[in-house]
Design a protein around this ligand. Structure first.
Ligand code: ARG
Length: 457
């Protein structure tokens, strides 16, 4: 049987050992210690100011809580399964330090509003960390995009060569995605950053709490307006996990491209040795594991989101112990996103861009066929007709093992009389890219302008 519990008053004897371990969250929620202590300090200060507990006792509680934080940071505090969770562990240590008056800290508070607060504060801190790392990735993208402005690569649809694009334009596509990811995280932060303290177990409390001052001290933007919602709601967690899942989805697309770009078949980029690992049997191997693992870890982020949604589905109001299961998905997704952002920044920084290989890949595969159709359309041929004529030209080339640029003017004119000497230029790679200056297009002038705009932001 386990030790006596803080809630042991109505219980006869101790808790079954299995039950104690099965119900404990201390092995993982210890990660919340900083937020838990910050919340308790704000609560204690308010209890003193409101004269709900004597001011001097509040002061002593606050100093002891600060000392406990230092103990935990120094690895000096030991945790026990019988502590159940971080809230109980901190309270137990507090009472050891200041004596019975430590038991006054929990006046007007329940672990239900306490844990909701801790998790909200934790998410806020993690989001700030994630935003800082995402900013680094975006900086890297801007740097590489700026260096590579002259590099043309095949753009793909269906993984088939489609049209030439600037490599910078391709990189900047990820910049746009990561900007939206940041917005999602900021949005999640805004909804998380309201205080549930004062909700008590579920119904509010009889003590004259000053909820506003606690929220203010904790840097929160508002208060949960319904005590039942305050202890039941975890949609702010779902917001965060969704933001993580989408960010990982984007990172997995970038890293997937890095994996095949760095293959011998593509050879578009090379990754530095220090970011790759070898094979235990094949001496020649250099594998892009970091990119692969970022791609692979996306599964965790999706799993964590589905985990939380499933956990919350159909849960009756208000608090249910099921909700203790909300924390590990959060910890795991936060760590996964942060590590993946660090890895992505390293890859972006370390990769060498092989301009010749990209250009060579543009030479095959009729990448400027659309430009030929556009050329005919500009000469007055209806685009549908121009498309068909160009299709026939491509078939003709394929049968003869030729590229578009290998065809002579006479050959081309046999398909349509509107084709003139100026077609040469029209189907050149540089021309194809240069002309695409619609807003958002791959034309160098447009890409350069967008790059400048993004740098200013
Ligand atoms: N460890 C619990 C959790 O993570 C804290 C809240 C417990 N509340 C309760 N009434 N048992 O959700």
């Amino acid at each position: 049987m386990g030790k006596k519990k803080a809630w042991g008053g109505r219980f006869d004897g101790g808790t079954d050992r299995f039950v104690e371990e099965f119900t404990a969250s201390i092995p993982f929620d210890v990660l919340l210690y900083r937020q838990d202590i910050a919340g308790s300090i704000a609560h204690a200060r308010m209890l003193g100011k409101q004269k709900i507990i004597p001011r001097a006792e509040a002061e002593r509680i606050i100093s002891a809580l600060e000392a406990i934080r230092k103990e935990i940071e120094a690895g000096k505090m030991s945790f026990d399964m019988s502590d159940e969770d971080i809230h109980m562990a901190v309270e137990k240590r507090l009472i050891q330090k200041v004596g019975k008056s430590g038991g006054k800290l929990h006046t007007g508070r329940s672990r239900n509003d306490q844990v909701a607060l801790d998790l909200r504060l934790y998410l806020r801190d993690e989001i700030d960390g994630i935003l800082a790392l995402a900013g680094k990735v975006k900086e890297r993208i801007l740097l590489r995009a700026g260096e590579c402005l002259g590099v043309v690569m095949p753009g793909y649809t269906h993984v088939q060569r489609a049209q030439p694009v600037l490599f910078s334009h391709h990189l900047l596509a990820y910049h746009e995605m990561f900007t939206r990811d940041e917005e999602r995280f900021r949005d999640a932060r805004r909804r998380a950053n309201v205080s549930p303290l004062g909700a008590g177990a579920l119904a509010g409390t009889t003590f004259p709490l000053d909820r506003e001052s606690v929220a203010r001290e904790l840097g929160m933007d508002g208060l949960c307006e319904n005590s039942i919602d305050a202890v039941s709601d975890r949609d702010f967690v779902a917001d965060f996990l969704f933001a993580c899942a989408v960010a990982m989805m984007h990172l997995s697309r970038l890293t997937e491209e890095m994996v095949y770009w760095s293959s011998a078949e593509f050879g578009f980029i090379s990754l530095p040795d220090k970011l790759c690992t070898g094979s235990s049997i094949m001496p020649q191997k250099k594998n892009p594991d970091v990119a692969e693992l970022i791609r692979g870890k996306t599964g965790r982020a999706y799993g964590n989101l589905v985990n939380l949604l499933t956990l919350m589905k159909g849960l009756p109001l208000s608090y249910n112990r099921d909700m203790q299961e909300d924390k590990e998905p959060v910890f795991d997704s936060a760590r996964t996103v942060k590590e993946s952002l660090i890895g992505a920044a390293l890859l972006l920084e370390g990769m060498t861009v092989n301009e010749e290989r990209m250009r060579a890949a543009c030479d095959d595969g009729f990448l400027t066929a659309t430009d030929l159709a556009d050329y005919l359309a500009r000469k007055g041929v209806p685009f549908r007709k121009a498309h068909e004529i160009t299709g026939r030209i491509v078939r003709f080339c394929e049968e003869g093992g030729k590229r578009l640029k290998d065809l002579g003017l006479k050959e081309l004119r046999s398909f349509h009389a509107a084709i003139g000497e100026d077609v040469r230029d029209a189907i050149s790679l540089s021309h194809s890219v240069r002309l695409r200056n619609t807003r958002g297009g791959t034309g160098p002038a447009t890409v350069r302008r967008r790059l400048e705009e993004l740098k200013k932001k």
